[in-house]
Design a protein around this ligand. Structure first.
Ligand SMILES: C[S@@+](CC[C@H](N)C(=O)[O-])C[C@H]1O[C@@H](n2cnc3c(N)ncnc32)[C@H](O)[C@@H]1O
Length: 268
């Protein structure tokens, strides 16, 4: 297991909420500060964002399990977030113990976790590196990414609940294209993101709550989300509300009201 990069702990700012810590709070994790909880509670006044987090995480788990079962054994998880049940590594390794998982995140607290585990048996099984989806070329050149993943073989590229933190000014479609251009045929894109289609008013209020955080949000229509998959072949059932993507027994009544789309698509 390669060692995580050194981290400047001063980068962790407890006075500004971050998406990784808000998400950890919503999922019942432990790594969050009062500002994160306040932002999450404000968002909860507008929309059931805790259900968004649960439904999204369950989509990630189902998609990774499906891909591992169909033969994928390399996963590049961009915006991996803090450790929580149902992770890419936990799921992929349960199906394919030899799977390789590299996680990328731009929140220093995610890196701090990886650092804290240095020297321990790697419980998450993922190699975590610092990187920003808005600068995909840097991620693709990162020595840990190149060292752990074989780009001559298929890679599952995960952008799960992260592109709504990449605004149009930062060329989100170009970033996805750069990533998918770099991977071998047989690779797949797994992507989910929040939409304004179902409840534009609620989503506006939620975005306002997230405006207190370290990022800007970009809520998109189904058409705009579908454009991330341009040039790729949809894997059944295509781009759908998350609860409709190969549902299992954990999908609850009402999950179809959660305004997030997701899908998986194949690079031929
Ligand atoms: C809502 S969490 C999703 C975590 C995980 N992908 C999941 O779906 O369960 C979003 C994650 O994306 C990360 N993130 C946001 N913007 C990013 C960027 N530009 N580059 C890399 N990571 C980013 C956040 O730090 C956070 O950990």
């Amino acid at each position: 297991m390669p060692e995580p990069e050194p981290l400047d702990r001063d980068l962790i700012d407890p006075t500004v909420a971050t998406p990784a810590r808000i998400y950890a709070y919503l999922l019942g994790g432990e790594d969050h500060f009062p500002v994160d909880r306040a932002a999450a509670e404000k968002a909860l006044e507008a929309m059931p964002v805790r259900d968004f987090a649960r439904v999204n995480r369950a989509f990630l788990t189902r998609a990774v399990r499906h891909l591992a079962e169909t033969g994928l054994d390399q996963f590049l998880d961009l915006g991996i977030g803090l450790p929580a049940p149902g992770s890419t590594a936990e799921t992929a390794l349960s199906v394919r113990p030899s799977a390789r998982i590299v996680g990328v995140d731009n929140d220093p607290i995610v890196l701090a976790h990886a650092l804290a585990r240095r020297g321990e048996p790697a419980p998450s099984g993922a190699t975590i590196v610092a990187g920003d989806v808005r600068r995909p070329a840097e991620i693709l050149q990162h020595p840990e990414v190149r060292g752990r993943l074989d780009f001559d073989r298929p890679v599952a590229v995960l952008l799960v609940a992260v592109m709504h933190f990449v605004t149009d000014a930062d060329d989100p479609y170009g970033a996805v294209r750069t990533l998918m251009d770099a991977v071998a045929p047989g690779s797949v894109l797994v992507l989910s993101q929040v939409t304004s289609d179902l409840d534009p008013e609620g989503m506006r209020a939620t975005a306002k709550a997230y405006a207190r955080s370290s990022v800007k949000t970009a809520v998109r229509s189904s058409k705009e989300i579908a454009a991330f998959f341009d040039g790729l072949e949809p894997v059944d059932p295509g781009l759908v509300m998350l609860s409709q993507w190969r549902p299992d027994e954990h999908v609850l009544a009402g999950d179809d009201r959660i305004g997030m789309y997701g899908g998986v698509a194949l690079k031929r």
